[in-house]
Design a protein around this ligand. Sequence first.
Ligand SMILES: [Zn+2]
Ligand SMILES: [Zn+2]
Length: 333
Amino acid sequence: MPLIEHTANGLFCQAGDFYIDPWRSVDRAVVTHAHSDHARRGAHSYLVPIDGVGLLKHRLGDDIKVTGIPYRTGIEINGVKVSLHPAGHVLGSCMVRVEHRDEVWVVSGDYKAQHDKTCQPMEPVLCHVFITESTFGLPIYRWKPSHLIFEDIHRWWQSNREENRCSIIFGYSLGKSQRILAELQPLGPIGLHGAIASLIPAYEAAGVKFPAWEKVDTSNKEQVSRFKKGGMILAPPSANGTPWVGKWGDVATASASGWMTIRGPKRRANVDAGFVLSDHVDWTGIMETVQATGAQRIGITHGYVNTLVKYFHEKGVDAFALETRFQGDAAEE
Ligand SMILES: [Zn+2]
Ligand SMILES: [Zn+2]
């Protein structure tokens, strides 16, 4: 019996009788982060890093029974040692280390190696078996250092501002938008769509610092006229192409996503600019992290599963596929 196995409810550790990112109602859930393909309602109890409690409650409801523990602190669940380690993906994201009878497995959830002001940096954890995501698990996905992307964003904002246009960046509302906000040097007013603004208190409760921002409201004429003259607004991808965008005048729009690598931005995403910015690990990051774990077996989930399994097999590495049911942030990311 493997220490962690795939079941109809998701990844299950029978020895400890708990699930990791379960898909259905279970007794005990360890959750890697608050994105919808990992955090589902219906578990009797949840275990997450302390930093992740606020976002989990925001997503699943204040009535859930959730325990937050510090990163790297081991606890025992039915005789199985469990500890949570920073995954660098979004605020409160973790890799789950499970140890039982001299065997160590690590389930990564989503993770990234790049710098992010809104969460703890990812720490590879030594293990025998490492389960990795593969959202961008192809060699074509290699991220530039993120400070270069943020410089591009500022240049773009500056040139739109000189033309008296409002800039709108569409990015995933949990994680991506807060990451961009934390890096913005205010050239003008910064506005947040309500879907993004509603998550800010959970970040501030965890100690994340942001520049001054305001929640935008198209019925506020004074605010609209200020933003029309060179403001910056962060909005979720679902707002793109809606009448809401037109309320901000002759705007310049952009999408911030790892998928901008392959999508001709204007053609595919209906935006003026594309910034390749992902909260997932790129090809190089997967390879380096896998190596850093020292794992002898690699489980692959979330993304280019079969391609990556084949790649590892050709390299003589023991790899296997793990099914996933939800592709929540992978699609929007
Ligand atoms: Zn995620
Ligand atoms: Zn995911």
